[in-house]
Design a protein around this ligand. Structure first.
Ligand code: FMN
Ligand SMILES: CCCCCCC(=O)C(=O)O
Length: 393
C-alpha cells in the first residue's frame, strides 16, 4: 500500500526539517551535530556522492504492490531504514533517546543506543511497549573502554535489559580532530550525564574530549594516563576482541566503522554477525572516501553471508535506494533523525522516517522494483568521464 502523504503544513523533505531544526538548537549544539573532522572533506563527500549516482529505471515490471520491508537477523523491518547511534540526544530534544526509540518502534523499524547516551539503557527499553517477536529489539552501541570491568558491566546490563545486538564501534580509537569542538569544547549542561558508563560519572562528557583538547604532547600523555580507564582501548585486535565479546554475551555482534573490503573480510573471519559500513558521519578520519563509494567492494566480500548495514549522508529516500542497490541490507540515519528530534521530538523523528519511506517507495515504483530484493546494482550508474552516457557499476 502507498504510504500516506503529509498534511500541507508539514515539512515534506528532510532538508526542510533540518532548516527548522537549525532554528531550535543553540549554536554549540548545532555545531556539535553538524561538524565533521578537520576540513570536512569526508563529511561533504558522504552526502554529495548521492547526487553523482544516476538511476537506471526499468519499466513494466508490475509495481502495483511495492513492499519496502527488510529482514535482518530474521527480524522484520517495515522499512530498510533504522536510526544510528549518536551521543547526548537530550541536547537535541528533552525526550532524547526515548523519543528516538519510540519513533523507530512506531515505524516498525529499529534504533541503536549510543554508549554515550543521555538516557540509561534500561530506561530506553522500558519506554517501549511490548512488541511482536517478529520485530527486532533495539541494539546497543559499544565503546570498548580500557577498563574491561567497565566494558563487561555495560555489556551485561545491555544483555539483561533485552538488547538484541551489540554494535562495536571500531573507528574511534581516539576522537577525530573536530576543529570547532577544540575551540569550544562540548559541555553537557547540569542534569545531563552519560547514563551508560558503568560508573555513571557526573558530568559525563567523554574523557576523549580532554585528550583532544590537550595543548601539548606532555599534557595529552598525562590525560591519557590519568583517565585511562574511561578512554577507548586502542590496543584491540580482531583475533582477540571478537572472541572475548563472544565469551561475554549471546547478543548478536556487529562491528561499526568498516571502510574497506580487507576489514570486512577480517570481521567475517573473526566471526562477527554483521558489519556497519560507516565513517562515523565524517567525524573521525578526514580524507577517507564516502561510505557509498566503498560499499560495492565491501558488499562483494560479505553480501549474502552476513548483513551489510550502512550509514553516511542519507537525507532522501532515493539515497536509501542507491545504498540498497550497491549492496546495503539496512541503512542507518544519523543526523537526519537528529533534525527530526529537534523539530518535534518523537513526532519529528517519525516525520523524518515517513518522508524517507514515501521517497523510497516512490523511487522503487518508478524504478520498477516491487521489493527490496528487486533493487539491483544495475539500477544505478555513474556518468562517464567524458560526460556522455552512463557506466554501470
Ligand atoms: C553528533 C553525532 C554523534 C555521534 N555519536 C556516535 C556514537 O556515540 N557512537 C557511534 O558509534 N557513532 C556515533 N555517531 C556516528 C553515527 O552513528 C553515524 O555513523 C553517522 O552519523 C552517519 O552519518 P549521517 O549523520 O550522515 O547519517 C555520531 C554521529 C553524530 C553526527
Ligand atoms: C569515547 C569516544 C567518545 C565519542 C563520543 C560520541 C561520538 O561518537 C561522536 O561522534 O561525537
Amino acid at each position: 500500500m502507498a504510504p500516506k502523504d503529509e498534511t500541507p503544513s508539514d515539512p515534506i523533505t528532510v532538508a526542510e526539517v533540518k532548516e527548522i531544526a537549525k532554528t531550535k538548537l543553540n549554536q554549540p549544539t548545532w555545531d556539535y551535530y553538524t561538524t565533521g573532522a578537520d576540513e570536512n572533506r569526508t563529511l561533504d563527500r558522504n552526502s554529495k556522492i548521492y547526487k553523482k549516482l544516476l538511476l537506471r529505471p526499468r519499466a513494466l515490471r508490475n509495481v502495483a504492490d511495492v513492499d519496502t520491508s527488510a529482514y535482518i537477523f530474521g527480524k522484520r523491518y517495515e522499512i530498510p531504514i533504522a536510526i544510528a547511534p549518536s551521543a547526548y540526544q537530550k541536547l537535541v530534544g528533552p525526550g532524547g533517546e526515548i523519543d528516538m526509540t519510540r519513533a523507530s518502534y512506531t515505524l516498525g523499524t529499529n534504533f541503536t543506543l549510543s554508549s554515550n547516551a543521555t538516557t540509561s539503557l534500561e530506561d530506553v527499553m522500558a519506554a517501549l511497549p511490548p512488541r511482536d517477536a517478529k520485530y527486532p529489539a533495539p541494539w546497543f552501541q559499544l565503546y570498548f573502554l580500557r577498563s574491561r570491568e567497565q566494558t563487561k558491566a555495560v555489556i551485561k546490563r545491555a544483555e539483561e535489559a533485552g538488547y538484541e545486538a551489540l554494535v562495536l564501534t571500531v573507528d574511534t580509537a581516539v576522537l577525530g580532530n573536530r576543529l570547532g569542538e577544540r575551540k569550544k569544547p562540548l559541555v553537557l549542561p547540569p542534569g545531563l550525564s552519560t547514563a551508560n558508563r558503568a560508573s555513571r560519572q557526573a558530568g559525563g562528557v567523554s574523557k576523549g574530549r580532554l585528550l583532544l583538547n590537550a595543548k601539548t604532547a606532555a599534557e595529552a600523555k598525562k590525560v591519557d594516563q590519568e583517565n585511562g580507564d574511561f578512554l577507548v582501548d586502542r590496543s584491540l585486535e580482531w583475533g582477540e576482541v571478537i572472541p572475548w565479546l563472544r565469551m561475554q554475551t549471546s547478543m548478536k555482534i556487529l562491528v561499526k566503522g568498516i571502510m574497506t573490503a580487507e576489514d570486512a573480510l577480517e570481521a567475517m573471519v573473526a566471526g562477527v554477525d554483521g558489519i556497519v559500513v560507516s565513517n562515523h558521519g565524517g567525524r573521525q578520519l578526514d580524507g577517507v572516501p564516502s561510505t557509498l563509494e566503498m560499499l560495492p567492494e565491501i558488499a562483494d566480500v560479505v553480501k549474502g553471508r552476513i548483513p551489510v548495514v550502512f550509514d553516511g549522508g542519507i537525507s532522501t529516500g532515493s539515497d536509501v535506494f542507491k545504498a540498497l542497490a550497491l549492496g546495503a541490507d539496512l541503512c542507518l540515519i544519523g543526523r537526519s533523525a537528529l533534525w527530526g528530534l529537534a523539530y518535534d521530538g518523537q513526532k519529528g523523528v517519525e516525520a523524518v522516517l515517513h518522508i524517507l519511506e514515501r521517497e523510497l517507495w516512490r523511487t522503487m515504483v518508478l524504478s520498477g522494483a516491487s521489493s527490496i530484493s528487486k533493487i539491483s546494482r544495475s539500477m544505478v550508474g555513474i556518468a562517464k568521464r567524458d560526460g556522455f552516457g552512463v557506466s554501470k557499476l
